[in-house]
Write a protein that binds this ligand. Structure first.
Ligand code: NAG
Ligand code: NAG
Length: 296
């Protein structure tokens, strides 16, 4: 009897453990930086709504160009006006939020013309935003957690080289997180090759402005594309969505549909990472992340 009691107790604990580790709770990633009206980075993290913040963007780099960040109305990088964001990054990290620099974007001037060029850009990113040193760090002395590849133009060459060079810096102490924001058609025209390296930790697929997103009541396109994305050698795949109807041309999913129809279909995979939202500004408009947080 006593033995039986112990056995069932152990079994129950095991069951509980299995259930707890299987719960597969997702995370929320947000883009911040392209609208001066979206609050500061520190305020963004203080909401405790987000697990990852991508600082958008570094839209100019490569091919011999002087790299330049653009944080819209937040600060003026030309007069070194963004260096005090350093404190905001630190306050985010203290709260457990990972902060990445998003390179590229929908409207930028970027490309890599050779493996050597990819190496130069990696060195620049390391010295100016990660663990290296430089006298002109655009966001001050803070060490970001990683680099996000939001490559939507230029050419599809050498992004795999850039991923390899950046990843190699992980050996110098702190892990350099690598994320990417490909479009939902599979494989991605720009960073498909880079993703094949298997070096990406987080891949937030943009399920909007395309033909593979959710359309009212119809999950087929989204589900078919999602299954393809699960096959890439990345650790976690996120569902990337517009945070409000105005945030993209199409692809907005009402929170009730997301919770009742979409999440149940995509949460089953161990590669499911959560939801990425474009952007903090739009999330402020309708409270999207707050509405979905406990279901993600
Ligand atoms: C390629 O990029 C390098 C910088 O890495 C630059 O010096 C060079 O001029 C570029 N080559 C061409 C052909 O544009
Ligand atoms: C950084 O400095 C600018 C100009 O002095 C100021 O407007 C801004 O609020 C500061 N930002 C932070 C995060 O401290």
């Amino acid at each position: 009897m006593a033995l039986k009691g112990t056995t069932s107790c152990v079994l129950l604990s095991l069951l509980f453990l299995a259930f707890a580790t299987n719960s597969n709770a997702g995370k929320i990633a947000i883009y911040w930086g392209q609208n001066g009206q979206e609050g500061t980075l520190a305020e963004t993290c203080a909401t405790m709504k987000y697990d990852y913040v991508n600082i958008a963007f570094l839209p100019t780099f490569g091919n011999g160009q002087t790299p330049m960040i653009n944080l819209a109305g937040h600060c003026d990088p030309y007069s070194n006006g963004c260096t005090n964001i350093s404190n905001d990054v630190k306050s985010c990290q203290t709260k457990g939020v990972k902060v990445l620099l998003s390179i590229g974007g929908g409207a930028g001037s970027y490309s890599l013309n050779s493996t050597q060029d990819a190496k130069s850009v990696a060195t620049y990113l390391w010295n100016n935003f990660l663990g290296g040193t430089s006298s002109s760090r655009p966001l001050g002395d803070t060490v970001l957690d990683g680099v996000d590849f939001d490559i939507e133009g230029g050419t599809n060459l050498h992004w795999n080289d850039l991923a390899r060079f950046l990843s190699a810096y992980s050996n110098e102490g702190k892990k350099v997180l690598l994320s990417a924001a490909p479009q939902c058609p599979f494989p991605d025209a720009w960073v498909g090759n880079a993703l094949d390296t298997g070096l990406f930790d987080l891949v937030w697929v943009q399920f909007y402005n395309n033909y593979c997103e959710y359309t009212s009541g119809d999950l087929n396109n989204l589900e078919a594309a999602w299954k393809q994305w699960l096959t890439i050698p990345a650790k976690k795949i996120f569902l990337g969505l517009p945070a409000a109807p105005g945030a993209a041309g199409n692809g907005f999913i009402p929170t009730s549909d997301l919770i009742s129809k979409v999440l149940p279909v995509i949460k089953g995979s161990s590669k499911y990472g959560g939801v990425m939202l474009w952007s903090k500004y739009y999330d402020d408009q309708d409270g999207y992340s707050s509405a979905i947080k406990k279901y993600v």
